[in-house]
Structures are given as C-alpha cells and as structure tokens.
Design a protein around this ligand. Structure first.
Ligand code: NAG
Ligand code: NAG
Length: 252
C-alpha cells in the first residue's frame, strides 16, 4: 500500500516536472571527445543532401556511432573547443566552433579504436568539415582532443520540408531546425483526410508516411527532442510534386 502510494506520488511528480528540458547553453556540461576533418558531402547520412556551404553547411560534422544515436542526433548543435591543455601544439587556444550534426562517421572495424578507428564504438568522435576544424586546430594536427557541449541551434527562416517518395508513401525530409535541432516525433495531415497521423523515422532526418496524400495540402506537426512542438499548417500546397521543398514560417 505504502509503495503503491509512493509510486503514484512519483508518477504525479514526474508529470508535474517533465524530465525534458530546453537545451540551454549554460546548463549543458562539457564532455571530452576527439575530432578530425574530412572532405565530402555535408548532408550525408542524415539525408539533408549536400547542404549549401553559405548556409550552415560549412559548419557541420559527422558523428561516431556513440553520438549519432541511429539518426536521432541529426540536426543537433554542438559547441566545440580544442583541448589546449592536452595538445597545446595542435590547438588554437581560445577558439570555438558551433557545428550541426549532419552525417554519420561509420566505424572501421579493421582499425584499432586509437589508431584510425576513431569512429568505432564506444568512442565519441566528430569528423568535421575542414573550415570548421581549422577554426579550432591547425591542419597538421590531423586528430585533436576536444571538449564539447550541446547548444541551441540558431537558424534563419522557418523549418523546411522536402517531399520525396512515390505513389505509395511520402518520405519527408525536415531541415533548418532551430532550438534543440533534433526532431523526435512528426505527424502529417492531409487537407482532405483531415486527420493527424504519426510518421516514422525512415533514416536520419527523413520521415515516412504510407498514407496516400497526393493532391492534398499537407500540414506537419513536429516535436523536437526537448519536447517542444510546432505546427506548420498547410505548408505544402495541394499541387505539390515529389522532390519539391517548402519553407514554413514556423521555427523553434
Ligand atoms: C532534403 O532537403 C534538402 C532541402 O531542404 C535537399 O537539399 C536535400 O536534397 C533533401 N534530401 C533528400 C535525401 O531528399
Ligand atoms: C561558421 O563558423 C564560423 C566560426 O565560428 C563563423 O564565423 C561563421 O559565421 C559560421 N558560418 C555559418 C554560415 O554559420
């Protein structure tokens, strides 16, 4: 009886004080990891396509398995400093960079974790674009020890929805996400069916629905990883075509 009562109290307390919180720069703790740089498409495994470098694409990174979280970390922002105490010869002291997670750094089982297998689990590793890396370290460093923390993403304009797929399902990629940056749930609604339906993560930032919604204006409700929700009402007009992108006027 007593334990049941405690249990109910706990449930009520958890309900009153949700465990999800906003990503606030000051609250996030600094954690150790390592970083390298690579030349390649920036959008990669998150499915953002090759992000324009004049957009935030220049300041992006691939994440190792331990950080990528099967794509749930796509779109998140991280502030990174080179650990000048550990590597004074490689680090640019006093510099920091904020990157967006847009790609996956795959493990390389052929290489030991500390000799090239930087992205092997359980290592936390950032494989950044060259301009991002060179903001905090020198080129010859190759790999550097870093400290990182999650920060709020700042974006210009609203959430962007790109509709791909075929006559049997929609595959919607959601980019330019501010705030927490990461999306945890998405719902879609057609103007004729007029019913919110849950979408499922297909890969990275791509969400799928197997409803046939061609010829309908589409609305999206998006929940970020901090629990906040935004709704883009009929952001996609009824005459949409696969491959088109639509920028909404909502943002976190
Ligand atoms: C995702 O959307 C962006 C534009 O917002 C586009 O450039 C990119 O190619 C899209 N990715 C896929 C896989 O469709
Ligand atoms: C990329 O990061 C650098 C260094 O912090 C900053 O000066 C620059 O404005 C950023 N670029 C974009 C497009 O966000």
């Amino acid at each position: 009886m007593e334990s049941a009562c405690l249990f109910i109290t706990a449930v009520v307390l958890v309900g009153l004080f949700p465990t999800k919180f906003h990503v606030t720069d000051a609250a996030a703790v600094w954690l150790p990891a390592t970083a390298t740089f690579y030349d390649g498409p920036t959008g990669g495994a998150c499915g953002y396509g090759n992000l324009a470098l004049d957009d935030y694409g220049i300041n992006t990174s691939a994440l190792s398995t331990a950080l990528f979280n099967n794509g749930a970390s796509c779109g998140g922002c991280y502030q990174i400093v080179c650990d000048a105490e550990k590597a004074p010869q490689w680090c640019l002291k006093g510099k920091d960079i904020t990157i967006t997670a847009t790609n996956f750094c795959p493990p390389n089982p052929a290489l030991p974790n500390d000799k090239g297998g930087w992205c092997n689990p359980p290592r936390e590793h950032f494989d950044m674009t060259p301009p991002a890396f060179l903001t905090i370290a020198i080129y010859r460093a190759g790999i550097v020890p870093i400290q990182y923390r999650r920060v709020t993403c700042t974006r210009k304009g609203g959430l962007r929805f790109t509709v791909n797929g075929n006559d049997y399902f929609e595959l919607v990629n959601i980019s330019n996400v501010g705030g927490a940056g990461e999306i945890s749930k998405v719902w879609i609604k057609g103007s004729k069916t007029n019913k919110w339906e849950t979408m499922s993560r297909n890969w990275g930032a791509n969400w799928q629905s197997s409803s046939y919604l061609n010829g309908q204006a589409l609305s999206f409700r998006v929940q970020a990883s901090d629990g906040r929700t935004r709704t883009a009402h009929e952001v996609v007009p009824f005459n949409w075509q696969f491959g088109q992108s639509f920028q909404s006027d909502v943002q976190f």
